[in-house]
Design a protein around this ligand. Structure first.
Ligand SMILES: Cc1cc2nc3c(=O)[nH]c(=O)nc-3n(C[C@H](O)[C@H](O)[C@H](O)COP(=O)(O)OP(=O)(O)OC[C@H]3O[C@@H](n4cnc5c(N)ncnc54)[C@H](O)[C@@H]3O)c2cc1C
Length: 471
């Protein structure tokens, strides 16, 4: 600070207006704190503007098209189906705009001051907030850092925003590409790849590991692989991308697959190989903060960093990089700042992948439960035996429950199938409440409905399922 450069004194400074930052700001304000939130771009962060919401809108639009094209067996014949992609993108933008303006008014109603600018630390409790025209110094009592992440670039495929794109551009194309190569078979690549395949693109997925969705239970990914095949998506695993070559027509990508060089050409290449935390170029060292080799900032179970005044949440705090994890951590950080004894507990974190079929899981898999020392009981109920799934013409998949064999306590679940993204919520609650399979089995579930599959799987743990043969 130079003489004459007066600092704006703020109580809680939140940096980043994504699902971590804006939720933290609102919770801190609810707890009586005076909060200032700074973001260099739009409110809502990646999730609302370039992530969860726009991707789910496009996925839904793709699903609608796919259903119309594939409902002949139900007597639905559609002639002359046309996709007005510009309108589709406009509709997706309208969804985004509704939500981001909603965030603005929530912050306003909670009396959170919103400042636009880029934050750069200048000391343990000071930073500069720079806009294009000026720079202001801020001094804070506490800071919650929630600067999120950005798409990771790889040397062989440098982003050009046109032919070699990240998820950001993939959500804002002007037309459906005739041919699309997706490099990276993680959830972002597969969700967008599936959506574009349903909208008519010829899609190839190149994944470096042995399987798509590395880290996800293979029994779950098997069904996604099958459905990608049905959609005509070529999935190549063990494909290490070496180089790319751009021409007027598009991009040629060369990858090594089992020591053999292969090439693919497409109009667009979507690179979705991971996300890099935004922890560089922020003067973190001035605030006494360090990042690990992956760019994450270390913190304790109250989200507090080495600098007692600074908390980190969301994508910069570590994996999993998920919006609901960011919001959850934001609430904990705000509560700790307000003097409450909150700590994080990730036991019942839901993971959802919006592929076709949807995947969702939480808690422990059978293998993890065994490794944790449990004697394990596993029960799997198939959607093919669920009336609602059949009536929705979506009977592929299963609801699997993992429980402790003695206590019957629910330890985890893996769901593949219709509305897995919603169905997982009941399991998350069960784990959070310490419920056992009997609690679930004794809960009356509406008929016909998809959540009945949880009741049946829980009954399976008890050995008294009605609609399947008990083991
Ligand atoms: C295509 C896609 C689909 C996704 N789908 C899902 C999904 O379905 N479910 C899910 O849970 N997650 C999903 N995610 C992940 C989710 O978007 C992130 O986990 C989440 O946005 C992280 O929230 P955050 O608050 O940590 O940061 P972000 O949302 O990244 O927000 C960070 C904010 O900080 C601002 N900022 C950065 N640096 C500075 C600075 N120096 N000064 C001021 N402001 C700064 C940025 O402008 C940004 O607004 C998806 C992501 C992508 C890319």
């Amino acid at each position: 600070m130079v003489v004459g450069d007066f600092a704006n004194e703020v109580d809680v400074l939140v940096v980043g207006g994504g699902p971590g930052g804006y939720v933290a700001a609102i919770r801190a304000a609810q707890l009586g704190k005076k909060v200032t939130l700074v973001d260099k771009a739009e409110l809502g962060g990646v999730c609302l503007n370039r992530g969860c919401i726009p991707s789910k809108a496009l996925i839904h639009a793709g699903d609608e098209v796919h259903k119309m094209k594939n409902s002949g067996h139900m007597g639905i014949e559609v002639d002359g189906l046309k996709i007005n992609f510009a309108e589709m993108i406009k509709w997706k933008d309208s969804v985004v705009n509704k939500l981001t303006s909603g965030v603005g008014s929530l912050l306003k109603n909670n009396k959170v001051e919103v400042v636009q600018g880029e934050v750069y630390f200048t000391g343990e409790n000071t930073c500069k907030v720079a806009t294009e025209s000026n720079s202001t110094t801020y001094q804070f009592n506490h800071c919650i850092l929630a600067t999120g992440s950005r798409p990771t670039e790889i040397k062989a495929l440098p982003f050009d925003g046109d032919k070699i794109i990240s998820s950001t551009e993939a959500l804002n194309l002007s037309e459906v590409p005739a041919k699309l190569i997706v490099v990276g078979g993680g959830y972002i690549g597969l969700e967008l790849g599936t959506a574009y395949a349903k909208l008519g693109a010829e899609v190839t997925v190149l994944e470096g590991m042995d399987s798509i969705l590395p880290g996800v239970d293979p029994s779950m990914t098997r069904m996604v692989k099958r459905s990608l095949k049905k959609l005509g998506v070529e999935v190549v695993t063990g494909a290490m991308v070496q180089s790319s070559d751009k021409s007027k027509k598009g991009v040629t990508v060369t990858a090594k697959v089992k020591d053999e060089e292969k090439t693919w050409t497409a109009d667009k290449v979507l690179v979705s190989v991971g996300r890099t935390p935004n922890t560089d170029e922020m003067g973190l060292d001035q605030a006494g903060l360090e990042v690990d080799e992956k760019g994450f900032i270390a913190h304790d179970e109250q989200m507090k960093t080495k600098n007692e005044k600074v908390f980190v949440i969301g994508d910069i705090a570590g994996q999993p990089m998920l919006a609901h994890k960011a919001s959850y951590e934001g609430k904990v950080a705000a509560e700790v700042i307000a003097g409450e004894p909150s700590v994080v507990d990730y036991r019942a974190m839901p993971y959802v992948i919006f592929t076709d079929p949807e995947l969702a899981y939480t808690g422990l898999t059978e293998k993890e439960a065994k490794e944790a020392g449990h004697e394990v009981a596993v029960s799997r109920f198939s959607f093919a035996a669920n009336g609602r799934a059949l009536s929705l013409d979506a009977a592929d998949g299963f609801f699997q429950v993992v429980a402790d064999k003695d206590t019957k306590q629910v330890l985890g679940a893996q769901i593949v199938g219709p509305e897995a993204s919603s169905l997982i919520a009941e399991v998350v609650l069960a784990i959070e409440m310490g419920a056992n399979a009997e609690d679930i089995a004794l809960t009356i579930h509406a008929h016909p409905s998809l959540p009945e599959t949880f009741m049946e799987a829980a009954e399976g743990i008890m050995g008294n399922a009605i609609h399947m043969v008990n083991k």
